[in-house]
Design a protein around this ligand. Structure first.
Ligand code: NAD
Ligand code: USQ
Length: 382
């Protein structure tokens, strides 16, 4: 298949692009490299030293003999995007190319406006480019489990059957997102659903949980192919952050009571889920939603798991409950369905102690790169 991976220089996109290329697909990476600029803005860095996109692609070719094309440009620039579509004639468009940090979107008005315009206009342009240039192309869009929030009922995969005043319908599942970033994903979902309905576009919205880990078979082929890994209070995510904190002797920062529960998956499953979606395209006009996660944990569970593993490795980690910088429910019901991807063949890589130890070892190898001042959260929701 001819596949565009938008956001292919990022944490999920880079390993996905290499994996799809290794499976024999013709992969083109599209990215505006803005993720590297956020690091400059925040005086932060990836825990792992990452090469430029050009160097990554060149080394991937040296190691595997496989060529990937790259298009450096912005999804919000329609002329650029249309030209990429014309040159590549994609059969699938994997869309990771958004600003993805909830804290970044909550810094101030400018960052909220940037996040929503970058994400929503970018996705809207992708929908128009598919309509105009490649109407058969399957859009595989990264959404997020956080679109649903934490309702007091089971979370279904995209839709829910509702009975009201004696009548029944299947409707989009209610959304209660928790940040300006998560809201951008909800707006994207609505735009995609509408485009599927009116233009007959085929789309899969992958409502992904929090991704942990960094290595995949391809990132381990060569040091220059290593994935980025975020740890700071703005872009670092739970579990990866906890492991890095344990590695550098920083207290493990559980926000508030720590009973917040979230859905998680290993980066190795992210790439496989995207492959499954690509190999099993949505029908024309279908807006399909898959919940892309393998397990869920409370922050307390994760902090304790990391504390135990790190102690076994000879470290002396401690867990601290710090003031929650976010406005979110800390005690809530959480049960989400995730059967669609498993039914299509996903075999989950679950979070065993072995897996945790493996990530901790990888992290320890780069721990001197951590800028300690960036570890505590600085962005508040209020
Ligand atoms: P990332 O920031 O590492 O990668 C995103 C990439 O998109 C970056 O390389 C960035 O330069 C690029 N990009 C951003 N805006 C762009 C634009 N307008 N035009 C072109 N390129 C642009 O993020 P990630 O962690 O790889 O996440 C990828 C996707 O998966 C995001 O949409 C995110 O919302 C979603 N997601 C991520 C996680 C997670 O835990 N990392 C969990 C659920 C969903
Ligand atoms: N948390 C802590 N301590 C920390 C960091 C976070 O307790 O040091 C808590 C937060 O309060 C929150 C939970 O962990 O309750 C998750 O926070 P996070 O920063 O790991 O994840 P989140 O902001 O939800 O965003 C991440 C990605 C985003 C993706 C989302 C998936 O950055 O792109 O959409 O995970 S989901 O959470 O399912 O919406």
């Amino acid at each position: 298949m001819k596949i565009i991976v938008a956001g292919g220089d990022g944490f999920c996109g880079w390993p996905t692009a290499m994996y799809l290329a290794k499976q024999g697909h013709e992969v083109s990476i599209l990215d505006n490299l803005v993720r590297r600029k956020y690091d400059d803005e925040l005086h932060s860095n990836s825990l792992t030293p990452i090469a430029s996109l050009q160097d990554r692609i060149a080394r991937f070719k040296e190691v595997t003999g496989i060529e990937m094309k790259s298009y450096i440009g912005d999804l919000t620039h329609y002329d650029f995007l249309r030209e990429v579509f014309r040159q590549t004639e994609p059969e699938a468009f994997v869309h990771f190319g958004e600003q993805r940090s909830a804290p970044y979107s909550m810094i101030d008005r400018e960052h909220a406006v940037y996040t929503q315009s970058n994400n929503i206009i970018g996705t809207l342009n992708v929908l128009y480019a598919i309509k105009e240039c490649a109407p058969e192309c399957h859009l595989i869009k990264l959404g997020t489990m956080g679109e649903y929030g934490t309702p007091n009922i089971d979370i279904e995969e995209g839709y829910i059957k509702i009975k009201h005043n004696g009548r029944e319908d299947i409707l989009p599942y209610p959304k209660q997102p928790g940040s300006m970033y998560h809201l951008s994903k909800v707006h994207d979902s609505h735009n995609i659903m509408f485009a599927c309905k009116i233009w007959g576009i085929r789309a899969t919205d992958l409502n992904q949980g929090i991704v942990y880990g960094l290595h995949t078979d391809e990132t381990e082929l060569d040091p220059l192919l290593v994935n980025r890994l975020d740890y700071d209070g703005v872009f670092g995510t739970a579990l990866n952050r906890f492991l890095i904190q344990a590695a550098i002797g920083h207290e493990i920062t559980v926000y508030g009571s720590g009973e917040q529960t979230r859905a998680f998956l290993n980066i190795k499953d992210t790439i496989r889920c995207v492959e499954i979606a690509a190999n099993n395209p949505a029908d024309k006009g279908e807006f399909r939603v898959f919940n892309q996660f393998t397990e869920y944990f409370s922050m307390n569970d994760l902090a304790e798991r990391v504390r135990k593993i790190a102690t076994e490795e000879g470290l002396t980690p401690t867990v601290a409950h710090i003031e929650n910088p976010r406005i979110e429910k800390e005690e809530h019901y959480y049960h989400a369905v995730n059967t669609n991807l498993v039914e299509l063949g996903l075999e989950p890589n679950l979070l065993t102690d072995e897996v945790l130890k493996g990530i901790l070892q990888s992290v320890l190898a780069h721990k001197e790169r951590v800028i300690t001042e960036n570890v505590l959260p600085t962005v508040k929701w209020k």
